[in-house]
Design a protein around this ligand. Structure first.
Ligand code: ADP
Ligand code: TPW
Ligand code: MG
Length: 576
């Protein structure tokens, strides 16, 4: 043995050592991370193994985008950053889509990717999976960090956690080069280098003058409206929000993922009178909802001619005046802002003019009555409303089930038809209207909450993450997937006028998605009527067995792009 080797051996006998692998795991555990979503491979395979051995639940996916989506929605559901772990370049890029989507939706998540050797990457000498990942990630997320020394792992993980959950939540990238994992240091010094993040998302109290300004505006309103967004669902200030709505008597409109914060059947819910309230309201209070495309940027036809004033509650100051003037900006965390407003309402806050609440109520009853017969049609093939009528009953009977929803018609119609009763039970395509969130969200929803999950998926939407049915079977998750199979994107009836290939929006006819589930030991069911659909979903949710129901929908039933066909650009050139 050489003198040097001998001296190292003597030293290791004297002191206990740790390394990068263990420090990353210890740092995550110290900060309460219980689950990692990812895909293994060089250089993070052993990190996953060791994390599992150390008691962290490590959920292996078939594609990083789905693992990333799982981490993102875990962040939304728990207010702790969801962790996604990927390999270098291609795995990193697959996960990056989910990180960007999380940032866009204000969900806290951390994408941890292994990366290649810095010296080789920076000289572009062609390393295994070479890519300057930090530079690529930076413009697409809220913050991006790289750790080069084992002694900095603790601080690196702490920065990532705080960046993800403080202020406006978002996606954070943490770059861990392969060499870091093998770096050795004294175990005591390593333990001391770890950082437990104290109060990672500190309360941000609104200024009293801003609270008064908002209350004054609300008090003077003749036709007030509260819009609840997914920021309000995320904030977990459920009781305070309910009190504000009920004490003020103001009608409320939930955005898609805020449905259930108060039940859609609540007497003040204006969900079924959306166009009326947006058009006619004179004072609109936004709580954790942005005036982006989903709210027509706060102007134009949707908002009518009646002059409007906006009160906006948001933790991000720069959100104010992003699209229109905000008359009463209330910057702070929703829990603190809403509590301050409730205080200010006092005990004899005047109800809004009865004329207004009655008009909203009447419109709502009218629209509900108009839709009712369409939901009761029990025919084959089903149309969307018939099938959704059955699923609406399922959720009414099982309000604690989590509904995941994506597609075009399948999304827009389910959002309108299926009433939600509890907060954070509806997870969908979010701000981007992105396809592919379905199975990642379903897996994480089941794992994080232990509740049954009902994923209502367009046949196209499902295809973006469909291979994860194996993951669902492997972990034996209580997920029931219903595929609204109309043979394609929007519809299955398009024809290619030039002949030859089928139209771009059309899939294989009479496909049997249920058999995909059977391939992995799950339950597959093919249904053609709403009654059959209801029975199959009930059986799945009661048994908790992974189930996929192929629901045969009339291929002619859908419309182009569901409810947002108006966003398609139109060609002005006449065809020859
Ligand atoms: P929706 O799509 O439902 O309309 P958005 O995603 O557009 O909702 O808006 C969510 C908003 O909520 C974001 O502007 C975000 O900054 C804000 N937000 C998120 N969490 C909080 C919080 N705890 N307190 C205050 N605002 C928050
Ligand atoms: C990542 C564009 C929006 S909706 C949709 C696509 C491809 C599928 C609609 O068909 P589906 O639903 O799911 O069968 P239905 O009920 O209307 O038949 N790529 C990404 N995101 C989006 N939004 C698209 C493409 C799109
Ligand atoms: Mg379809």
């Amino acid at each position: 043995m050489s003198a040097v080797a001998q001296s190292i051996e003597t030293r290791t006998e004297e002191q206990e050592l740790t390394d990068g692998f263990h420090l990353v795991i210890d740092a995550l555990k110290l900060n309460g991370v219980t689950t990692i979503y990812g895909v293994p491979g060089i250089p993070i395979t052993d990190l996953g193994r060791m994390a599992q051995a150390a008691g962290i639940r490590v959920i292996s996916f078939r594609h990083e985008q789905n693992a990333g989506n799982a981490a993102a929605i875990a962040g939304f559901l728990t207010r702790k950053p969801g962790i996604c772990l990927t390999v270098s370049a291609p795995g990193f890029l697959n996960g990056l889509t989910a990180l960007a989507n999380a940032t866009t939706n204000c969900f806290p998540m951390i994408l941890i990717s292994g990366s290649s050797e810095r010296e080789i990457v920076d000289l572009q000498q062609g390393d295994y999976e070479e890519m300057d990942q930090l530079a690529v990630a930076r413009p697409l997320c809220k913050a991006a960090f790289r750790v080069l020394h084992a002694a900095d792992i603790g601080i690196g993980v702490a920065r990532a956690i705080r960046a993800a959950v403080s202020g406006r939540p978002g996606g954070v990238y943490l770059d861990l080069p392969a060499k870091l994992f093998g770096q050795v240091m004294n175990a005591d010094a390593g333990a001391k280098s770890l950082v437990k993040v104290i109060d990672p998302a500190p309360a941000q109290i609104p200024a009293p003058a801003a609270v008064r300004r908002a209350l004054d505006l609300l008090k003077g309103a003749r036709r007030p409206l509260i819009i609840l967004g997914k920021g309000a669902a995320y904030a977990q200030a459920d009781e305070a929000i309910r009190t504000l709505v009920e004490k003020s008597g103001v009608p409320f409109l939930p955005m898609s993922m805020a449905k259930g914060l108060l039940p859609d059947t609540h007497p003040q819910c204006a969900g079924a009178a959306r166009s009326t309230v947006l058009k006619d309201a004179d004072v609109v209070m936004l709580i954790g909802a942005r005036l982006n495309w989903l709210l027509s940027h706060g102007k134009g036809k949707t908002w009518g001619d009646a002059p409007k004033k906006f009160i906006q509650i948001d933790i991000e100051p720069r959100e104010m005046d992003s699209n229109v003037e905000i008359a009463a900006p209330l910057v702070g965390d929703i829990g603190s802002c809403v509590a301050a407003l409730v205080d200010g309402l006092g005990s004899n806050w005047p109800a809004p003019p009865a004329e207004w609440t009655a008009a909203v109520g009447a419109k709502r009853e009218e629209n509900v009555a108009k839709m009712a017969p369409r939901l009761m049609k029990n025919t084959a093939p089903m149309d969307f409303h018939g099938a959704l009528g059955a699923l609406r009953t399922v959720i009414r009977e099982r309000p604690d089930a989590i509904l995941v929803n994506e597609g075009a018609n399948t999304l827009d119609l389910a959002r309108g038809v299926i009433d939600m009763y509890q907060p954070r039970k509806r997870l969908d395509v979010g701000t981007w209207g992105v396809m592919g969130i379905g199975m990642g969200y379903a897996v994480a929803a089941a794992i994080e909450t232990g509740k049954p999950v009902l994923a209502v998926e367009g046949d196209s939407a499902f295809g973006f993450s469909g291979m994860e049915v194996e993951t669902i079977c492997r972990y034996n998750l209580p997920v029931c997937i219903v595929i609204f199979n109309n043979n394609g994107i929007y519809r299955g009836t398009d024809v290619n006028p030039a002949g030859g290939d089928v139209a771009t929006t059309v899939f294989v006819k009479n496909a049997r998605y249920d058999r995909m589930m059977e391939a992995f030991g799950g339950v597959g069911v093919n249904v053609t009527t709403p009654d059959e659909l209801k029975r199959a979903v009930d059986a799945a949710l009661s048994s908790g067995k992974p189930t996929l129901i192929n629901a045969v929908i009339d291929p002619a039933a859908g419309t182009e792009s569901g409810r947002i066909g108006n966003l398609n650009p139109q060609s002005v050139v006449k065809k020859k």
